[in-house]
Design a protein around this ligand. Structure first.
Ligand code: CS2
Length: 476
C-alpha cells in the first residue's frame, strides 16, 4: 500500500503561504463515532495508538477523542484540521506520508466537563493513557504518594465536589465517578506509558486516588474497570519546523501538526476489554497472556539504552541518539548493559540477538533526530524501570551489575551539571547534589531505589563509576 498522498485539499490557503491547509476534504474515510477516550494528546499517541486504530479493519467504528495534558495548544491546532494530521514515516533513505483519521475530536485537557461527558457515554469502551511515567505519582516504594502536593490539591478539589482537578489521574477519577453515576457500565483503561506492569501501576494509581476520595467509587472501579497492560514501541522525536516544511514539499498542503516516526512499531497487550476493542491486530498488535518478558525486553534493552545514551551522550557533548551511538565509549556502555540485561531475560522466544541488532539499526537512523535532552527528562522515575531491575537481578545472583550501575552513575553526573534538569524530584536531586562523596551518591540513589541505597556495596560501586564519561561541567 502506498501511503504517499499528493492530493491537494480543497479549502482556504494557510495565512503566510499559498498552500491550502490540511482539512476535512482529505479525511481518508467517514468520521467514526467516539468509542475511545485518550488522555495525553502528544506526538507518541498520534504515531502509535492513533496509527493502530486508523489501520484497524474496523476503524470506521472506532473514533478517538483525545485530550491534551498541561496545555491546550495541541488540541487547538488539531481541531483546526478536524483532528487530521500527517504521519511522516521516516526511513533510512526516504519519507512517506499518510493522513491519519482516527482522532475525531481533540480537546483541551482542562475541559474536564467534556472528559466526564465522553467517559460516561455508554458508547465509550476504552480509555487509553500516555500521561508520562511520572504522572502516576508513584514513590520509590511503588505506591501512590498521596502527600505529593498536586495529588493533595486534587483530593481537595474532589472533596469539595468541584469539577476541575488538575492532574490526569484526578481528571480520570472524576470522569470515572461520572460513568458510575451514569450506569454506563464497564470499560477498559489501557496504559501506554513506559512502565513495568503498566496496567497494574495504573490500577494502583487510579484506585489509590479514588479510595482516598470515595471508597464506593474505588470498589466500583475494582469491579468494572479492566486495566490492560501494554508494551508500546515507536521512536517518535519532537516535531520541528523542518518537518512541517517536509510535509509541505511532499504533500502540497500545510499541516501545522505533523508527526514524525520511525517505520518500526510494536504493540503488545494483555488484559480484558469488557466493552470491546478495535481489531488492532489487523495493524500488527499482538495480544498475549504473559506480557512481562516483552515489556522487560523493551524497557531494559530499548529504553535502558536510551537513558544510558541520554546521560553518557550529553556528558560527552552529543545531542542525538544517532550521534551518541557513534561514540565508542557510549556504544560500549550500551553493549555491556545489554549483556547484563540479556542474562535476566528468559526464553528463546524473545529473540534477543535479533532484537539487539534491530535496535542498533533503529538508533543509528540518522534521519531521525531523536534528542538526548528529551529522553533525559524525568530520570528518577525512568531509572526505576530501566536500570534498577537489572542491577537488582545481577546483585541477587552475586554479580556486580556494573553496567546497570553505570547508567545510574551517568544520571548522577548529568544531574549535577545539566543546565535544564527536568525531573519530578528536581528539588530533592539538587539537595542531594549539595552533599559530598558517598553521602551524595547515597542521597541520589535513595531517590531512585531506597533498598539499593541501603547497600553500601552498591553505593561504593556507583560512586566509583561517577566521572566515567567526564566530570560534570558545573560542580554542585
Ligand atoms: C524514550 C522513549 O523518551 C524516552 O524516555 O526512551 O520515549 C522511547 O523513544 C519510546 O519508548 C520508543 O518506543
Amino acid at each position: 500500500m502506498t501511503t504517499t498522498r499528493h492530493a491537494r485539499p480543497s479549502g482556504p490557503a494557510d495565512a503566510g503561504t499559498d498552500l491550502p491547509r490540511l482539512n476535512r476534504s482529505l479525511r481518508p474515510s467517514a468520521k467514526a463515532p467516539v468509542r475511545i477516550v485518550h488522555l495525553g494528546l502528544g506526538a507518541f499517541h498520534r504515531s502509535h495508538q492513533a496509527w493502530y486504530t486508523h489501520r484497524a479493519g474496523d476503524a470506521a467504528e472506532w473514533g478517538i477523542a483525545s485530550f491534551t495534558g498541561r496545555r491546550p495548544d495541541a488540541a487547538l491546532a488539531l481541531a483546526e484540521q478536524d483532528g487530521l494530521f500527517t504521519l511522516v514515516e521516516r526511513g533510512d533513505t526516504a519519507d512517506s506520508f499518510e493522513v491519519i483519521g482516527s482522532i475525531v475530536t481533540a480537546v483541551d485537557g482542562a475541559d474536564v466537563a467534556r472528559l466526564a461527558e465522553l467517559v460516561s457515554a455508554p458508547a465509550t469502551a476504552i480509555i487509553t493513557l500516555t500521561i508520562t511515567e511520572a504522572a502516576y505519582g508513584l514513590g520509590a516504594d511503588g505506591q501512590l504518594d498521596l502527600r505529593a502536593p498536586d495529588v493533595e490539591a486534587d483530593l481537595a478539589v474532589l472533596a469539595r465536589g468541584a469539577g476541575n482537578p488538575a492532574t490526569p489521574l484526578g481528571r480520570l477519577v472524576f470522569a470515572l465517578a461520572r460513568r458510575r453515576t451514569a450506569g454506563a457500565g464497564p470499560l477498559a483503561v489501557v496504559c501506554c506509558d513506559n512502565l513495568a506492569s503498566n496496567g497494574t501501576v495504573a490500577r494502583r494509581a487510579v484506585t489509590g486516588l479514588a479510595a482516598a476520595w470515595d471508597a464506593g467509587l474505588a470498589a466500583w472501579i475494582e469491579a468494572n474497570v479492566s486495566f490492560v497492560s501494554t508494551s508500546v514501541d515507536r521512536i517518535t522525536p519532537r516535531t520541528t519546523e523542518a518537518d512541517v516544511a517536509a510535509v509541505e514539499a511532499g504533500c502540497g498542503y500545510r499541516d501545522s501538526s505533523p508527526v514524525v516516526a520511525e517505520p518500526f512499531k510494536n504493540w503488545v497487550l494483555s488484559g480484558d476489554f469488557p466493552a470491546g476493542r478495535p481489531h488492532w491486530q489487523d495493524a500488527g498488535a499482538v495480544f498475549v497472556d504473559d506480557i512481562e518478558p516483552y515489556e522487560n525486553r523493551k524497557l531494559w534493552l530499548l529504553n535502558g539504552a536510551h537513558s544510558l545514551l541520554a546521560y553518557a551522550g550529553q556528558l560527552r557533548g552529543h545531542t542525538t541518539v544517532a550521534e551518541a551511538l557513534q561514540d565508542q565509549s557510549c556504544r560500549q556502555a550500551v553493549e555491556r548493559f545489554w549483556d547484563e540485561a540479556e542474562t535476566n531475560l528468559p526464553g528463546a522466544d524473545l529473540q534477543i540477538p535479533a532484537y539487539r541488532a534491530a535496535l542498533l539499526e533503529r538508533f543509528g537512523n540518522a534521519r531521525i533526530a531523536h534528542h538526548l535532552a528529551q529522553i533525559a527528562m524525568d530520570g528518577s522515575t525512568k531509572l526505576r524501570m530501566r536500570a534498577v531491575p537489572v542491577l537488582r537481578a545481577e546483585r541477587a545472583q552475586g554479580r556486580s551489575g556494573a553496567a546497570a550501575a553505570l547508567m545510574i552513575a551517568a544520571w548522577m553526573d548529568f544531574s549535577a551539571s545539566a543546565a535544564n534538569f527536568h525531573d519530578p524530584l528536581a528539588a530533592e536531586v539538587a539537595a542531594a547534589n549539595a552533599l559530598d562523596g558517598a553521602e551524595r551518591t547515597r542521597g541520589l540513589l535513595t531517590l531512585v531505589s531506597p533498598d539499593l541505597a541501603a547497600d553500601g556495596g552498591v553505593v561504593q560501586l556507583i560512586e566509583g563509576l561517577c566521572g566515567t564519561f567526564g566530570e560534570p561541567a558545573v560542580s554542585p
